[in-house]
Design a protein around this ligand. Structure first.
Ligand code: ZN
Length: 277
């Protein structure tokens, strides 16, 4: 299969967490200056701000909000705590609605005191509980499987198969999947499950970055596209063959790059996106 190179920035989105040191006003200005077309908002980027103003700020720069990060974190030791998590997710759906964002990324959660099986049950129960509210608001929820190194405390959903299976059981057109190459590149079933996900019409988002070798920090040492060992173009080919035609979202947490000049960093992102994605 030949994969076409990316020729322009019409499908480039950057997550605000990628350029975390910048205030939202500057983020929006710089993304727009360098031709980025989409923005995924991490909640920290807009907390304590007026959502209507953030919405205007973004549309004034001709940027499109692709998604909100992040909801989820369903598993908890007590029913009371699980209820709090549901309330928090309802609040995020309200925020997405006010911002005009079509999609919320779900980092499903896990806690070390609960077995993975129980966490998975609680996650599915949680999604089922907020599903109706999301549907009535017209907001999609994307389950993002996380790399198994985070199975203790961030997500008990670790493969695309697990996420696909949940979608299959829940069967709502508002529940789908986020495919993040950083979390899924190692999975021998990836191509097959991407195909399946596409057949179910469940590919809601596509996140890119690279896996540096060695990785010095399991959370905040992600690489720019081309800096690591993930076959990004190959995976993009699978995702696109499965019918996905949405944005390519650059999501990089990097202590090293957060220390550098963020405008130069955005230029680097654009260059490596065109060359290696
Ligand atoms: Zn992601």
């Amino acid at each position: 299969m030949s994969i076409k190179n990316i020729k322009d920035l019409s499908r480039l989105c950057i997550h605000t967490a990628t350029t975390r040191p910048l205030p939202i006003e500057v983020t929006v200005e710089l993304y727009s200056k360098y031709g980025v077309k989409g923005i995924t908002l991490w909640r920290e980027a807009y907390e304590e701000k007026k959502l209507s103003e953030i919405k205007r700020l973004i549309s004034d720069r001709d940027l499109k909000i692709i998604s909100i990060c992040r909801g989820g974190f369903f598993p908890a030791l007590s029913p009371e705590k699980r209820k709090i998590a549901i309330k928090e997710n309802i609040r995020i759906i309200d925020e997405a609605y006010e911002l005009g964002a079509p999609l919320i990324v779900l980092v499903c959660g896990a806690i070390p005191e609960i077995s993975l099986d129980d966490s998975r049950k609680q996650i599915e129960e949680g999604i089922n509980e907020i599903k109706g509210y999301a549907e009535s608001a017209g907001i999609k929820l994307g389950i993002e499987p996380l790399h198994p190194m985070y199975a203790d405390s961030r997500s008990a959903i670790n493969t695309l198969k697990q996420a696909n299976d949940i979608c299959d059981r829940i069967n709502s057109k508002y529940i789908g999947v986020i495919i993040d190459v950083y979390h899924l590149w190692w999975d021998p079933e990836l191509e097959k499950e991407i195909k399946r996900c596409g057949q179910m019409d469940k590919i809601f988002g596509f996140h890119i970055s690279d896996w540096k070798s060695p990785t010095t920090d399991l959370l905040n040492d992600r690489g720019l596209m081309g800096e690591g060992c993930i076959p990004i173009k190959k995976i993009r080919g699978w995702v696109e063959s499965a019918g996905f035609d949405g944005f390519h979202e650059v999501e990089i947490f990097s202590n090293m790059r957060w220390k550098m000049n963020q405008e130069l960093y955005i230029k680097e992102i654009v260059t490596s996106y065109l060359k290696y994605s």
